[in-house]
Design a protein around this ligand. Structure first.
Ligand code: 5GP
Length: 119
């Protein structure tokens, strides 16, 4: 990701409430909202409020934030009774990884049987 790709994304506009989203969780550092084009019956995106463009941009001081992002997704799955049947968490990174928004986001997908390998 280049610096210009990190300037403003649709997720900044969701964070500022300029663009509406179905928000399911928020704290000081994390926002979670339903994906506009769900790929499973439950499809939620967990994002850090502080913009990090991609996994390739992580630095060591981001470790705790990223751990909490993952923990929050797991907590949501438990709370929503998704954990017993299972779910998938995905972070796409870069072009070949299928990343389309330059703001790190964790996909939580649940409610159907997932296949492997992914397409
Ligand atoms: P990526 O392809 O970068 O891993 O995932 C980006 C995700 O953001 C996609 O699943 C896409 O459907 C979702 N998305 C893109 N624009 C919007 C939007 O305006 N609102 C919501 N809720 N999700 C969006």
């Amino acid at each position: 990701m280049t610096a210009s790709e990190t300037s403003v994304t649709i997720f900044d506009r969701i964070l500022s409430r300029e663009v509406a989203a179905d928000i399911v969780f928020e704290d000081d550092d994390i926002l979670a909202f339903r994906d506009i084009a769900p790929q499973a019956p439950t499809h939620v995106l967990f994002i850090p409020k502080r913009r990090i463009a991609s996994l390739d941009d992580l630095v060591e001081s981001d470790v705790e934030l990223m751990g909490r992002l993952l923990f929050r997704a797991a907590a949501f799955a438990r709370e929503q009774d998704l954990a017993k049947d299972g779910y998938r968490c995905v972070i796409n990174s870069g072009r070949d990884g299928g990343q389309s928004v330059a703001h790190i986001h964790l996909h939580l997908l649940a409610g159907r049987r997932m296949s492997w390998p992914p397409g």
